[in-house]
Design a protein around this ligand. Structure first.
Ligand code: NAG
Ligand code: NAG
Ligand code: NAG
Ligand code: NAG
Ligand code: NAG
Ligand code: NAG
Length: 589
């Protein structure tokens, strides 16, 4: 049994203990807790948790205000537990909540101090632009982004890029500027909504579907041609203009726009509102040569006239309505709306997901990756619901629906959906998440700690699968945010035991630059928790220890930002971004 399972199992106990409302969803793990045990756990969990706080308090000799503690445990030795008289009710409520729950405090801090935390490699001054340390071992804020909400963030070891709330591009890192690697706004006024990064360029998607490709290096931006059409006049009339190229798929239909982009080191995939997929070269240094463009026969030598980075439609996908795209360093995935996955590009680590047949280093046109084989004999029908790719890895989220076998007309669980996560590709850094360190995967393997999870939804009285909310794959590490396990409704009106909590997020894979945020350098082959972003300063003396003291992510909520919720009203969520040996968590708009 993995530590993750054990840890997950403890969560509901804690959540439920401080979860007086019966109308909200709480977590229950049928595998471990029958309904009667669940009942016991309710009170037991509370008792144990409080006791845990107490023990730690005593051990630390802390001075803490928490009146109910003494009631709970009258035989407390001569520990110095002092408490203030509550002055104002709401304040003391919040104080109490912060004390009893690290998770509550984390949610609050994410609203009071939005911003960007980064960690991992700092050789390119990306994780901590102001510091010359080579690595940043635990989450640290980049002060430039304090109080900012961001639309997107992407990180390479040598450069970082972010899109501000207004849609402008901010860049930093030594590959952007050796002399001044701190964040600077570059491309402005394009209303950008998403960015992707190749080896040396940033690919940016505007709200209206325009796609821009610009060099990472600030020196290239100002010396290059502004656009193919730009004149010297327009150059001089706007000395701050940044040179970029536009990637324009031709023959788009009426009203058809680019809605998503995904870039590898040398190629970018463009998805349109009609479910068509185009690909283009996205790096200035190398033309894609491993089939990742999905256009059979297309090479540097055979490329058509015109710009080297003109988008090409991936014709074999025509007729399928593609809903999601994902690019690894040198490979590509496309998910059709009915759950079929197409793969193409580099396969040298087995990242295309096929079981061992013969060695085929790359595939230059999309081929469907069948999952039915993996579920053969399971009486389950698999359907891929989400894809992710990074480095030499691919990840697939699957809804497997129980179907009746030929000899059973009505098994009780027919129709029940299990949510599973599969991975394939290189496992040498642990990024398969399956506990193994294999160089090449011979077919997808299940990430067991993220598969087959359920929770009990008290509103509907159904047991529902816990799916992935988001999976971010960096070059050797990854993070998964689980869905549907959050509570953010604690208010002045609810009980002082009513605490908020965010979504669980787990991390695994390469950690050679401390990019997992565990504070240690060993690679981790199975999903694991990390500590709270703010290092829980002050938490140690408050005595919060153990599994509940872990980083959780605040789900999308409409709140007033700032201290005491007095700022502007926004819809905000925290997002995780695993990049190339660097990681960020930011307040996303
Ligand atoms: C949890 O997920 C289930 C199914 O996906 C959904 O019906 C339910 O409303 C969700 N609950 C919450 C609190 O979001
Ligand atoms: C898209 O928006 C940008 C600015 O936000 C503008 O410069 C560009 O002309 C627009 N493109 C189209 C096709 O509307
Ligand atoms: C800039 O654009 C002009 C005309 O479009 C072209 O002749 C020239 O080669 C370009 N220069 C560079 C450095 O791309
Ligand atoms: C992909 O690579 C794996 C591992 O080398 C191999 O078993 C598989 O047959 C390859 N698949 C394709 C389609 O090339
Ligand atoms: C708390 O209760 C008051 C009075 O019933 C109500 O006006 C207010 O909106 C409530 N606040 C919240 C956050 O629910
Ligand atoms: C809050 O928790 C304490 C300790 O478990 C308990 O004694 C108290 O009754 C709870 N209060 C409410 C309003 O739930």
């Amino acid at each position: 049994m993995s530590p993750y399972r054990v840890a997950l199992r403890q969560t509901p106990l804690i959540c439920r203990s401080f979860q007086p409302k019966s109308t909200t969803t709480t977590r229950q793990w049928p595998r471990y807790a029958s309904s009667s045990r669940g009942g016991d756990a309710k009170s037991g969990g509370a008792g144990r948790f409080i006791a845990g706080v107490l023990v730690a308090l005593v051990a630390g000799g802390a001075v803490v205000a928490y009146p109910t503690l003494t009631k709970e445990s009258p035989k407390l030795p001569q520990a110095v537990v002092e408490y203030e008289k509550p002055r104002q009710l709401p304040e003391s409520k919040e104080h109490n909540r912060d004390l009893i729950s690290s998770q509550h405090l984390q949610v609050k801090q994410s609203w009071e101090n939005p911003g960007l935390y980064a960690w991992g490699s700092n050789s390119g001054r990306v994780a901590a632009p102001d510091s010359t340390e080579r690595v940043v071992k635990t989450p640290r804020r980049i002060p430039y982004f304090d109080d900012q909400l961001l639309r997107d963030v992407k990180l390479d070891r040598e450069f970082g890029a972010a899109v501000t709330e207004k849609g402008d591009l901010v860049q930093w890192g030594t590959a952007f500027s050796k002399t001044n690697p701190t964040p600077v706004t570059t491309l402005k006024g394009k209303d950008l909504i998403r960015i992707e990064v190749s080896r040396d360029r940033i690919i940016a998607l505007g709200k209206n579907g325009s796609v821009y490709s610009l060099p990472v290096a600030g020196s290239d931006q100002s010396s290059g041609n502004k656009t193919e059409q730009s004149s010297w006049f327009s150059f001089w009339s706007n000395p701050n203009a940044v040179s970029y190229r536009q990637l324009k798929p031709n023959n788009l239909g009426w009203g058809e726009t680019v809605t998503d982009i995904s870039s590898g080191l040398e190629h970018v995939l463009l998805l349109t509102s009609q479910g068509r997929v185009f690909s283009a070269a996205s790096s200035t240094s190398d033309f894609p040569s491993k089939g990742q463009l999905g256009v059979p026969g297309l090479t540097w030598a055979t490329r058509p006239q015109g710009p080297f980075d003109q988008p090409h439609e991936i014709l074999p996908l025509k007729g399928f309505k593609i809903s999601k795209i994902a690019a690894g360093d040198f490979h590509s995935l496309a998910l059709e709306q009915d759950g079929r996955v197409f793969v193409f590009g580099d396969n040298t680590s087995g990242q295309l997901g096929f079981e061992a047949e013969k060695e085929i280093p790359f595939v230059d046109g999309p081929i469907p990756l069948p999952f039915s084989k993996l579920y053969r004999g399971s009486k389950q029908h698999p359907r891929v619901t989400a894809i992710a790719a990074g480095g030499a890895n691919s990840y697939f989220a699957i809804d497997a629906t129980r179907v009746a076998g030929p000899e059973e007309d009505s098994a009780r669980d027919v129709g029940r959906v299990t949510a599973d996560v599969w991975s394939c590709g290189s496992g040498i850094w642990g990024s398969l998440g399956n506990g193994r360190w294999t160089h090449v995967s011979l077919g997808p393997s299940k990430i067991k700690p993220l598969s087959g999870l359920y929770e009990f939804d008290e509103t509907s009285n159904f047991v529902v699968p816990i799916r992935l909310a988001r999976l971010s794959a960096g070059s050797t590490h990854a993070a998964a945010v689980m869905s549907n396990v959050t509570y953010v409704d604690a208010s002045d009106n609810s009980s002082h035991n009513d605490t908020n909590w965010g979504a669980d997020v787990v991390w695994w894979g390469g950690n050679e630059y401390y990019q997992l945020g565990t504070g240690r350098r060993n690679n981790v082959p199975t999903p694991t928790y990390i500590g709270p972003l703010d290092g829980g300063q002050g938490d140690a003396e408050k005595g919060r220890k153990g599994e509940q003291h872990r980083f959780q992510i605040t789900p999308r909520t409409t709140v007033r930002l700032g201290e005491g919720g007095k700022g502007r009203k926004v819809s905000v969520e925290q997002r995780v971004e695993c990049g190339r040996f660097v990681t960020a968590v930011y307040s996303g708009t």
